[in-house]
Structure formats: structure tokens, C-alpha cells
Design a protein around this ligand. Structure first.
Ligand code: NDP
Ligand code: A1CAB
Length: 264
């Protein structure tokens, strides 16, 4: 995710490579390759990375945030803007760890960020101001769209749009399996499935029709689609899918409470 953000910021010339420093935990090879590909600065020292930064983006796994902030806190610029892409982690937790009135913004992008098509949701912490929100929006527009939402809705946004692409890829995988079993070659399947998915996305974008209207349009009486739908309904696939999304949302809540319980 961090690379997708870096790549978007550079492609849109939102930030100069000279003003980006990437760091990670231990993977030197990865930092070298980022440096070579994007001409950004890299360092293994998280303190060096953040010391003079006016924007700090947290993009590690949620369980890493506590240790990270503990390490960098004494060196942080108190005027900096802190942006988190961590699933579940509340802005209040980051503010508490930093132990000053830090401007914190919580975001939830998705992997389509790597092609500039993320659907990112963004919420304000207690001390971030309007100007900082607008600035963060500008940064994240380099990787797609940005929607401002209240922080209590971020877990829902995480289950829907953060995890969402994975569920679609899973269904698309099923299409490839069915295509192969029906003797389509890989190239034939690629050509049909990819364009079909692009068409669905663009159609959805260009119409006011509901998803139900759209699938009903496809279903001729006693036709192929209707025959397939009967199986989906018998298996209660839609209910299972709703259950899966609800579980993802719940997991985001859990991540927030597991990793952001009382601070020592
Ligand atoms: N994957 C997704 O679709 C999305 C993920 N997110 C969120 O983004 C975050 C990252 O996910 P993802 O990119 O998939 O994970 P990755 O494992 O690909 O990347 C995590 C990176 O964080 C680095 N890291 C870990 N701890 C520290 C630390 N203390 N200081 C600096 N760097 C650190 C790791 O370094 P090293 O390689 O050296 O271990 C690694 O480069 C998660 O919090 C997730 O919730 C949000 C939206 C979508
Ligand atoms: O699975 C996860 O926890 C992260 C957050 C959203 C997408 N990936």
C-alpha cells in the first residue's frame, strides 16, 4: 500500500521525490528497489525518516503502530500531519500514543491505489483542521477518489471498500475455474472475463439503475442467467456474502480494540 501511495504521488506530481522518505522494518532489498524505481530517499532509521517530516503516513500492519510511535515520538515535529491507513486503529489511539494534540487523519484506501483507482475513505481526528483534511484529500486523490466520512463509519468502509476488492477477485477466480472446466483457453478466458468486469464497473458508474434492475435486465425468462441464479439463491450466496462483509467490518472493530487497548 505504501508503494501504491508513493507511486501515485509521483505520477501525478503531487509531491517531489526529493520530499519523500520511505522506511520499513528490516527489508533492505525492498528499500533499495523503491529508491531505484522512484528516486525517493530511503532509510532504515525511522527517526531519520520522520525527524523533519511535515507529513507522516503510517502504513505498517496495525499491530506495529504502538512500537513505532513509541520509537519516533520524541523526534516528531509537533506541527506535523499524521495520516494512518491502518485498518481499525482509531485516531484517538494515535493521538494518545503521541501524547500531544497531534493532527491525525484516518484513511482507508484499497489496492486499486496502484492504478490510481482507490476508493479512499477519510476521517478527521480531534485535532486535525479543515486545511489539513483538504491537504490529505489532495494527497490521496493521487491514488483515486476520496470520501470524507465520520470516523465511526470507517470500520464499515474498511469491510466494504478496503477488503472489497478481495471478494471480487475471489468471484473472478471462480469464473476462471468454470471457464477452464468448460474448455476455454487462458487467453480466451482473460479476454472475456476482464472486459466483462470492466464493462460492469463502467456501466455501474454511468447508470442510476439499482444492481437488482441491472441483473434483472440480463435475465431472460427461462434463459441461462435465470438458470444460474436459481443455484445462487438455493445456496443463499447473497446472504453468505453479506455475512462475510459484516464479519470484515466486525474484524476492523476488533483490530481497533485489540491493538488500541489501554496504553502503558
Ligand atoms: N493490503 C490492503 O489491501 C490494504 C491495507 N491497508 C492497511 O495498510 C497497512 C499495510 O498493509 P500492507 O501494505 O498490505 O502490508 P505490507 O506487509 O505489504 O507492508 C507493511 C510494511 O510496513 C513495514 N513496517 C512494519 N513495521 C514498521 C515500522 N515499525 N516502521 C516502519 N515500517 C514498518 C514493513 O516493513 P518490512 O517489509 O521490513 O517488514 C512493510 O514494508 C495495514 O495496516 C493495513 O490495514 C489499508 C488498505 C488496504
Ligand atoms: O485485510 C486487511 O486487514 C486490510 C485492510 C483492508 C484490506 N486489507
Amino acid at each position: 500500500m505504501a508503494e501504491a501511495i508513493i507511486s501515485g504521488l509521483l505520477k501525478t506530481q503531487t509531491v517531489s521525490p526529493l520530499n519523500i522518505t520511505a522506511t520499513n522494518l528490516e527489508n533492505t532489498e525492498r528499500l533499495e528497489s523503491l529508491k531505484k524505481r522512484y528516486q525517493i530517499k530511503t532509510t532504515h532509521s525511522r527517526i531519520e525518516a520522520i525527524k523533519e517530516a511535515d507529513v507522516i503516513i503510517f502504513a505498517m500492519k496495525p499491530y506495529g503502530i504502538k512500537e513505532c510511535i513509541k520509537e519516533i515520538k520524541p523526534y516528531c515535529n509537533k506541527e506535523a500531519l499524521f495520516i494512518s491507513i491502518l485498518a481499525g486503529i482509531p485516531t484517538s489511539y494515535i493521538e494518545d500514543l503521541l501524547e500531544f494534540n497531534a493532527a491525525v487523519i484516518r484513511t482507508m484506501p484499497n489496492t486499486s491505489a496502484s492504478i490510481g483507482l482507490s476508493a479512499t475513505s477519510m476521517s478527521k481526528g480531534a485535532y486535525a483542521n479543515h486545511k489539513q483534511m483538504e491537504y490529505a484529500k489532495e494527497l490521496f486523490e493521487a491514488i483515486g477518489s476520496v470520501l470524507f466520512i465520520e470516523e465511526e463509519k470507517q470500520n464499515a468502509a474498511t469491510g466494504i471498500a478496503g477488503s472489497g476488492p478481495a471478494y471480487f477477485y475471489y468471484f473472478i477466480e471462480a469464473m476462471y475455474i468454470a471457464a477452464e472446466e468448460a474448455n476455454l483457453t487462458k487467453n480466451e478466458a482473460d479476454s472475456l472475463i476482464k472486459q466483462m468486469i470492466i464493462g460492469v464497473g463502467k456501466k455501474l458508474e454511468s447508470t442510476n439503475k439499482s444492481p437488482q434492475e441491472l441483473y434483472q435486465e440480463i435475465m431472460s425468462p427461462k434463459g441461462t442467467t435465470e438458470a444460474g441464479f436459481k443455484i445462487l439463491e438455493e445456496e443463499q450466496l447473497q446472504q453468505h456474502f453479506i455475512k462475510a462483509i459484516k464479519r470484515a467490518i466486525q474484524r476492523s472493530v476488533e483490530l481497533g480494540s485489540v491493538y488500541s487497548h489501554k496504553i502503558e
